[in-house]
Design a protein around this ligand. Structure first.
Ligand code: 2NE
Length: 276
């Protein structure tokens, strides 16, 4: 892939290709790609950049690896080294949980986000992989929660959406016992879409992305919002409705309303049918 580096980041990489794919990678391998507030801020910036780029339809979200000690990770959650009282401390000493903003951006952006999980997806990193639309894992991937061990939890998407994906029994097991699960176990419980040999992970992600990119962008964006609407209440319906409005604005019927207002006349909708 003809990756072109974009932006000026310290904790992540953002690359784009000319064929509609972007790659966002957490670049803190020595910390198993744990995120600090700066990491999350950069991820939010990168995802927002990709969301606004009409040439990009699919994002591959991954972690840089291996680390110097040979260890691989997608993400090991919040950096416990900067965890203060009330959140993860940023450079100004403000306690933050800004990963929740990132979760919402990934979930609501009208593009397909594919997690490429090589190594650990643990804690808040497991939640990030869960929120991606699709997840491909290498054969060395390991999934799990540590929240109750380290005095934390994610009771939002981390518990609720996990339950939708793996069911009540398994979700409670994952959070209450804090065990680690192999990629085979993750596949069996529906946490991931496929297992791929480690060194083929990115190539497989690109293959899935290319297949998606052959399809209708509008159908995909509406489907993503529809899947979200099933679980996200009014916020999910808002997304889907927003796409409907977006499409309606492009019709002659909608334009007639706008034009009539601007021309200071009554709108004439007589040529538009009341279809069944
Ligand atoms: C990820 C895991 C299982 C990897 O184990 P291993 O044995 O492969 O590596 P090791 O030696 O533990 O880690 C390598 C280096 O990365 C650092 C370690 O401290 C170590 O550093 P050095 O000792 O070499 O200096 N590291 C790894 N994860 C880190 C982390 N999260 N924060 C800071 N440094 C980290 C193993 O490392 C592990 O279990 N990590 C901790 C996972 C964890 O508890 N994450 C936080 C969960 S809470 C959360 O993410 C969260 C939430 O629940 C709600 C909202 C927001 C966030």
């Amino acid at each position: 892939v003809d990756w072109q580096p974009c932006g000026n980041f310290t904790d992540i990489f953002l690359d784009k290709s000319k064929n509609g794919i972007a790659r966002i990678a957490i670049n803190r391998p020595s910390k198993r790609n744990a995120f600090r507030p700066q990491t999350v801020l950069e991820l939010c910036t990168a995802f927002a950049n990709v969301r606004d780029d009409k040439n990009i339809g699919v994002v591959l979200f991954t972690g840089v690896g291996p680390a110097a000690d040979g260890g691989y990770a997608f993400c090991s959650g919040g950096d416990q080294g900067v965890r203060g009282d009330g959140g993860y401390m940023d450079e100004e000493g403000v306690p933050r949980l800004n990963v929740l903003d990132l979760q919402r951006i990934i979930r609501s952006m009208p593009k397909v986000v594919i997690a490429l999980v090589a190594g650990y997806a643990i804690g808040g990193g497991q939640v990030l992989h869960l929120l991606c639309d699709l997840s491909l894992a290498s054969d060395n991937a390991i999934f799990g929660q540590t929240g109750p061990k380290v005095g934390s939890f994610d009771g939002g998407f981390g518990a609720g959406y996990l339950t939708r994906v793996v069911g009540q029994r398994k979700a409670r097991e994952i959070w209450f016992l804090c065990r680690r699960y192999s990629s085979e176990e993750a596949l069996r419980m529906g946490l991931i879409n496929a297992i791929v040999p480690l060194h083929e992970l990115e190539a497989e992600g690109v293959k899935w992305a290319k297949e998606i990119l052959k399809n209708s962008p509008t159908a995909i964006r509406c489907l993503k919002a529809a899947f979200n609407a099933e679980t996200d209440g009014l916020a999910g319906i808002q997304e889907l409705a927003g796409h409907a409005t977006h499409m309606f604005y492009r019709t002659e019927e909608s334009k007639e309303g706008r034009n009539a207002f601007l021309e200071k006349r009554s709108p004439d909708y007589s040529e538009f049918d009341w279809l069944p």
